[in-house]
Design a protein around this ligand. Sequence first.
Ligand code: AHR
Length: 499
Amino acid sequence: RTARFTVDPDFTVGPVDPRLFGSFVEHLGRCVYTGIHEPGHPTADEDGLRTDVLELVRELGVTAIRYPGGNFVSGYRWEDGTGPVGERPRRLDVAWRTTETNRFGLGEFIAFLRKVGPQAEPMMALNLGTRGIPEAMDLVEYANHPGGTELSDRRIAHGAKDPYGIRLWCLGNEMDGTWQTGQKTAEEYGRLAAQTARALRQIDPGLELVACGSSARGLPTFAAWEATVLAETYEVVDHVSLHAYYEEVDGDRDSFLASAVDMEAFIKEVVATCDHVGARLKSPKKLTLSFDEWNVWYQRRPNPHPVADWQEAPRLLEDVYTVTDAVVFGTLLITLLRHADRVAVACLAQLVNVIAPIMTEPGGPAWRQTTFFPFAQASRYGRGTVLDVRVDSPAYPTERYGDVPLLHATAVRGEDGGVTVFAVNRGRNAPLDLAVALRGLDLGRVVEHSVLADSDPEARNTLDEPERVVPHAGEGATLVDGTLRAVLEPMSWNVIRLL
Ligand code: AHR
């Protein structure tokens, strides 16, 4: 049972765009309120931001942060979240049947990003569900124009002298979804997205724009939606979006552990569709992908928290992740890295409390979920160039995907010449021997082998036991005569750093 692969710096996938380690803050449940923003919390700063959460967000290493939704954005009026807080309207958020107080808005979000640090970049979603071109143009002018117009002067009057300089914009959210406020057909959306993109580029040709792809690979409209939308938008957008969430269904853990097979197929199919449209248009341009919602999400489970309609900041989507979930999560990260040549942006949905790596208690502590660790390690050590890894691995049978390799892996070469191997053993019961031949690389030692695994596959971190699951050091990894050898524990996420 040895899984092996060879790496050689002459064979690469491509450079990693830092925005592959993005995340997502939606006005949903307690992501914003009592998540990142809680005036009166013992750790809150002058802006009402929880500094305990800010510290964890920095440690997580997130880059592009998508805001303000999600389904929320399709009924949102961006102006509601600007100006004096006391004068902002309370509104129905029909997407999540919540009352939105608008105490947090664009200015507060930008203040949050600045406190996260220079690596954090806004990725703004525009409402193309219940609104259209003029409101999108207004928002770009309010946010980005230096001054001397009504909208830009309004931003200055609201306390932001310097423009926000937001480059990355999503042209709506999941516009194919029946649940989306203002859902559109592909023809309707394609036309609207293209016209909006042209109008925004008239303000600033340098904006980076994302067209909505399908909300899920399993939707009947998948691929036809992309083909139709891109036929309209190809030359005026930069990226097309993908969204995917995975969960264990009917106790079929082996298939769940193979979820990355679906993610990989999804990426390849969207790339093929983009390139097909490009070929039909005889365009030299290549689109890249924005995988701007991905995660494990137990959508089929009922909410364990009692929630009434139109509550403020209710407990919604507060999934508590097991070590098993973290291992699957790790395979999704590996898959994104393996496609770094075409995936330019990816957003872990979401950042705090809502299907999130960080949890908080109102008035209480903040802690790391199991999924926090693979993300933080990938963001920290997955920078540089992805090497072309072709795995030769024993396989195991799954109901949903047939035989699937036990090993899922990638390797990233950093600027210091070091190589980090990210590897998952999907096997639930047995360790897996790993052998990696390192060709043309001057590497001398194993700096670290970090493992996330547990004898209890249901182990998780909670308010009462916030550090039940943390990475531990692996034993016995060696680098001899240009070959790395390690043993991967059953159902484990592994980070092996070589220098
Ligand atoms: O991330 C949760 C929700 O999932 C988002 O609001 C929506 O875009 C997707 O369906």
